[in-house]
Design a protein around this ligand. Structure first.
Ligand SMILES: [Fe+2]
Length: 199
């Protein structure tokens, strides 16, 4: 690859990363993050179903269920057989013990969407980072058959740490917005989330 092509490729890659970064709440920060993401996938169970756990049953925190559905880029057709990797902080806002290396995620899980694109994660409600500069959130890394990995996220409507820009961006995305209302029922908190695959 000559220098010009290399620079074009680098620019395109950087643009992709910038888009991902915005969609994933600054998740795809750097190569270290992407490498950690790939490394984590080595622990992926061999057999996945549409229902999975992120936090184990022993994890302290408010019971929380994510009812998700993945759609193709047209926003209409459900996307089956999509592997969704999710991770989030514990109730105190930590991803792992303080001595763990960056991008270590203790609370993480995988599901594979069913024929209707649906999935469900049972977990605990994550807390904001201890510095309280970022709204509480869940990260999703999504692998649709034959497509490159995509990133998405979830935040919680009414979270005072959400910025006006984050709220506006979610509102603009309509039903595919990443800021979702939390419903209290059946002794737990529930969120419904629709995710649209990018072309
Ligand atoms: Fe995060």
């Amino acid at each position: 690859m000559n220098r010009r092509n290399f620079l074009v490729t680098l620019t395109l890659a950087s643009t992709t990363l910038l888009v991902d970064r915005r969609l994933a709440f600054a998740a795809a920060q750097d190569l270290e993050y992407l490498q950690a993401l790939e490394r984590a996938q080595r622990d992926r169970p061999g057999k996945l179903s549409a229902n999975g756990r992120i936090a184990p049953t022993t994890e302290p925190g408010a019971p929380f269920v994510i009812h998700g559905r993945v759609f193709r880029a047209d926003g209409v057709a459900p996307a089956p057989d999509v592997i969704v990797f999710a991770y989030h902080t514990d109730a105190a806002g930590h991803y792992d013990v303080p001595s763990a290396p960056p991008h270590s995620w203790l609370l993480r899980g995988w599901v594979k969407t069913d024929a209707n694109g649906r999935f469900e994660f049972t977990t605990i409600r994550p807390g904001p980072y201890p510095n309280r500069k970022t709204a509480a959130h869940v990260h999703f890394s999504i692998e649709a058959p034959g497509a490159p990995r995509q990133h998405s996220g979830l935040t919680f409507e009414g979270d005072p740490l959400l910025t006006a820009a984050e709220r506006e961006e979610s509102t603009r995305a309509g039903r595919f917005g990443t800021m979702r209302p939390v419903e209290n029922r059946d002794g737990g908190q529930h969120v419904t989330l629709d995710i649209r695959l990018r072309r």
